[in-house]
Design a protein around this ligand. Structure first.
Ligand code: NAD
Length: 469
């Protein structure tokens, strides 16, 4: 098996059929399997990402008006940390895992071998258009696969940089970016893959799952939904306000794990709103629309969608917009009912309904009226309340006394549950998401337990009953 790195090409005339054929042959050749190859490719990805860092920052500023520091924090920095983690641990991840063997299989030994799945497809959304292409790609490379990446057409500047940086640096038979819209996505989904890694909305997640089912292709589905944030009377309100405003208004609320709405105990409803207002003013100034660090809404359609969710009579704070620049200032809504438009869909914008609840039990019932969320955040200083929520409410992942930060720890699996997703990634979980865990039992040829062989006689059953309990 050769460990030689493949030659690169920027050949853009490659058809989908040719690309798939070449990736298939390349994967079948075994070239991507060795530790040396995977390690070298991850290192190369890091170098390429560093070389293109400025272009990526510029593209993110064009697509979403993200400030450089915000882009580094939530897009580029995360991918650097993920590559470093993979480079550091890859050898250990790849090592077959020895597991125990019961007496029933004596004297055999058992282990689990992680093997690459093969040809993988990564489809990404527009809200973190760089990070959500590169982070899954790290897992695909670490696990020894080949990959086709389809960035979101709604963040075209970032998509163009991704295409240039990947296709110029890597051979298409190994990893390749294909840019296009829904039509291309559908063409890609018509093909047979060994794994599909999709990040996007729950609605399109169903389209992806249906397409994958035709070929029995396994998928990781990283979806969205309405992630609640609970604030109880035992919370430190200033800290809660600071971290809710951070998690909600980063990227103008266009974050899959942003707190979608806040449930707050009646007794502290007004105090929390005061703290949130203070915090918004502190972070974005008294006229956020003039703050150049305020990210914009991705496009006209999403801007219009958000304006329909903001009922002027229910705006408690903020609510002003600049249609020309697609800006919406951080907005708090109160008096919101569960059947209001803002509670009928994932908000995915800088609009935060604050909903009073009697107590924790009331909050739990409210949350359980929706699909299982991608994230949940609880602000409380009471450990019994922490346990109560963690044990009784299902959610993909989340934080106690914080927002978003669970996704910054590669030791934690990041993913949803139920309608918010299937599977998880980050760190070793990305390697696992793109690997098949092959079970291998190795027996010798000397010893044998006769009980497993014909003919069945009463004494064998007695022994089996002793062994299998
Ligand atoms: P989307 O589902 O509209 O699009 C995602 C991708 O699917 C894009 O590449 C798009 O080209 C493709 N696509 C769109 N329509 C398609 C169709 N009919 N058939 C095949 N492919 C199609 O999502 P979006 O608007 O780009 O992103 C926002 C959503 O993504 C939100 O719901 C958000 O919560 C979710 N999200 C989830 C995560 C996560 O990690 N769980 C991260 C970011 C965003």
């Amino acid at each position: 098996m050769s460990h030689a790195l493949p030659a690169t090409t920027t050949d853009t005339t490659l058809t989908l059929d040719e690309l798939i054929k070449r990736q298939d042959q390349y994967f079948q050749s075994g070239a991507t399997r060795s530790y040396e190859f995977r390690h070298a490719q991850l290192q190369k990805l890091l170098q390429v990402a560093q070389k293109y860092e400025k272009a990526i920052l510029d593209a993110l500023a064009h697509d979403l008006r993200k400030h450089e520091t915000e882009s580094f924090l939530a897009e580029i920095g995360i991918t650097y940390a993920e590559i470093s983690d993979a480079l550091k641990h890859l050898k250990r991840w790849m090592k077959p895992q020895r597991v125990g063997s019961p007496l029933a299989v004596w004297p055999a030994r058992s282990h689990i071998v992680s093997e690459p799945l093969g040809r993988t497809l990564i489809i990404s959304p527009w809200n973190y258009p760089y990070q959500l292409c590169i982070t899954p790609l790290i897992g695909a490379i670490a696990a020894g696969n080949v990959a086709v990446i389809k960035p979101s057409e709604l963040a075209p500047h970032t998509a163009a940089v991704l295409e240039k940086m990947i296709n110029e640096s890597f051979a298409p038979e190994f990893i390749h970016v294909m840019n296009g819209g829904v039509k291309l996505s559908q063409q890609l989904l018509d093909e047979r893959w060994d794994h599909i890694f999709f990040t996007g909305s729950t609605a399109i997640g169903k389209v992806v799952a249906a397409a994958a089912a035709k070929h029995l292709t396994p998928c990781t589905l990283e979806l969205g939904g309405k992630s609640p944030c609970l604030v109880t009377r035992n919370a430190n309100l200033d800290v809660a306000a600071r971290r809710i405003v951070f998690g909600k208004f980063l990227n103008a609320g266009q974050t899959c794990v942003a707190p979608d709405y806040v449930l707050v105990e009646d007794a502290i409803h007004d105090a929390l709103i005061e703290a949130l207002r203070r915090e918004i003013t502190l972070r974005f100034g008294s006229d956020p629309l003039r703050n150049e660090q305020l990210p914009r809404i991705i496009n006209e359609r999403h801007f219009q969608r958000l304006t329909r969710l903001i009922e002027p009579g229910k705006v408690n704070f903020g609510g002003r917009m600049d249609a020309g620049q697609l800006l919406i200032e951080p907005t708090l809504m109160t008096g919101v009912q569960v059947h209001d438009p803002v509670m009928q869909e994932e908000i995915f914008g800088p609009v935060l309904p604050i909903i009073p609840v009697k107590d924790l039990e009331h909050a739990k019932k409210y949350i359980q009226g929706f699909e299982k969320p991608l994230a949940l955040y609880l602000f409380s200083g009471d450990k019994r309340e922490h346990q109560n929520i963690i044990r009784s409410v299902s959610f993909g992942g989340g934080c106690i006394n914080d927002t978003l930060m669970h996704l910054a720890n590669p030791k934690l699996p990041f993913g949803g549950v139920g309608a918010s997703g299937t599977g998880a990634y980050h760190g070793k979980y990305s390697f696992d998401a793109f690997s098949h865990r092959k079970a291998v039992l190795v027996n010798g040829t000397g010893l044998d337990l006769p009980v497993r062989y014909f003919p069945w006689i009463p004494s064998k059953e007695k022994i089996l009953r002793l062994l299998l309990k």
